[in-house]
Ligand binder design. Structure first.
Ligand SMILES: *[C@@H]1O[C@H](CO)[C@@H](O)[C@H](O)[C@H]1NC(C)=O
Length: 366
């Protein structure tokens, strides 16, 4: 009995699949409108967007094999694809993203990345694509704001809008993207504050908001994102102090807070953490003493605390660290003898330059 049912299901899928072998005309129309609003003069990728079956041999388009609805648009301007060879593997495209793409309501992937010159806004109707999992528009000239309703994309795992000219603030609805794993808004013109409840995004492993104009303080709720491995808030105008909870995050390994207006002390939890690989707090207004809390499990490929107002002596426990690749304590108010032993053996004088009264190797003897 089970076998017969399986046979019928297989047959049905086979028959339906072979009858509907071209993409639905409405999907084809939507793709053609998308194409008409874009201009790719060098490679001719859109020359492949011809004929009735958009599911076959249309560059960057793929369809769901059972429904034949358009599922993926994957147009990357930097590619190893042979079609890119004549343009030195780097594409260029102008124009804008037509709202007609929102008619592709089975779309799961929209990648239109690294074309350098696509401008215009992100169509707000994109928030009505319920199956969208990947939205990657990195490396264009897209302006305007992130659609306010972005939070309705409950299946979105990747939101990458980096290296564009996006303005406005981070929409508060973003915290509803319950599947989001990778958020990259870096290098735009985004202003306003980071939503205080960003910590609701507990699936997130990378959050890159660097090189924008963000103000306000670092939301403490971020510490609830227990999968977060990379957090980059550098080169903004963030103020307030560093939440000590950040130092207790289980897998956080890179933390960039450099070039902001962060004040207060460096939480001891941050320095004690054994999972941190890169900690960059350079160019802020951090003050107070550096706690003597390093130990044999401390392992930093880079620890950059330069250009702050830190004072007192360099903690002796730093020499107990298992590894410190790059250490920069320059441009602070440290004083007293530089501890001896690894990692201080391999450091240059520049790591300690411009302090109040440090001495000992590699600086002058005490
Ligand atoms: C830390 O940040 C500063 C300022 O943004 C930058 O100049 C420096 O290269 C960074 N250091 C490391 C080790 O990444």
């Amino acid at each position: 009995m089970g076998l017969i049912v399986l046979f019928w299901i297989t047959l049905t899928v086979f028959v339906v699949g072979s009858v509907v072998n071209a993409c639905p005309p409405a999907d084809r129309e939507a793709l053609l409108s998308l194409r008409n609003a874009l201009n790719e003069p060098y490679l001719g990728i859109f020359n492949t967007w011809a004929g009735t079956d958009c599911c076959t041999n249309w560059y960057g388009v793929s369809c769901d094999p059972t429904t034949n609805r358009v599922a993926d648009i994957n147009l990357r301007g930097e590619s190893e694809d042979p079609i890119f060879e004549k343009a030195g593997r780097s594409g260029y495209m102008t124009g804008s993203l037509s709202p007609s793409l929102c008619q592709l309501d089975r779309l799961t992937t929209l990648v239109v990345a690294d074309w350098k010159a696509i401008s215009g806004n992100i169509p707000a109707c994109i928030t009505s694509l319920p199956n969208l999992r990947i939205l990657d528009l990195i490396g264009n000239k897209i302006s305007g704001e992130i659609p306010a309703g972005i939070g309705s994309l409950s299946r979105l795992t990747v939101l990458n809008l980096a290296d564009n000219q996006i303005t406005g603030s981070i929409p508060s609805s973003i915290v509803n993207l319950c599947s989001l794993m990778h958020l990259d808004l870096s290098n735009n013109k985004i202003s306003g504050q980071i939503p205080t409840d960003l910590g609701k995004l507990t699936m997130m492993s990378r959050a890159l908001l660097n090189r924008n104009q963000l103000t306000g303080s670092i939301p403490t709720s971020i510490a609830n994102i227990y999968r977060l491995a990379d957090l980059d808030l550098s080169r903004n105008q963030i103020s307030g102090s560093i939440p000590s909870q950040l130092g207790s995050m289980p897998v956080l390994s890179t933390l960039y807070l450099d070039s902001n207006h962060i004040s207060g002390g460096i939480p001891e939890t941050l320095l004690k953490n054994t999972g941190f690989n890169i900690l960059n707090l350079s160019r802020n207004s951090l003050e107070g003493y550096l706690q003597d809390v390093f130990h044999s499990k401390s392992y930093f490929t880079a620890l950059d605390l330069s250009y702050n107002n830190l004072k007192g002596s360099i903690p002796k426990s730093l020499s107990a660290a298992r590894y410190i690749g790059h250490l920069d304590l320059s441009h602070n108010h440290f004083c007293g003898p530089i501890p001896m032993g690894a990692p201080f053996d391999h450091l240059e004088a520049s790591s300690f330059a411009n302090n109040d009264c440090l001495c000992g190797s590699p600086l002058r003897t005490c």
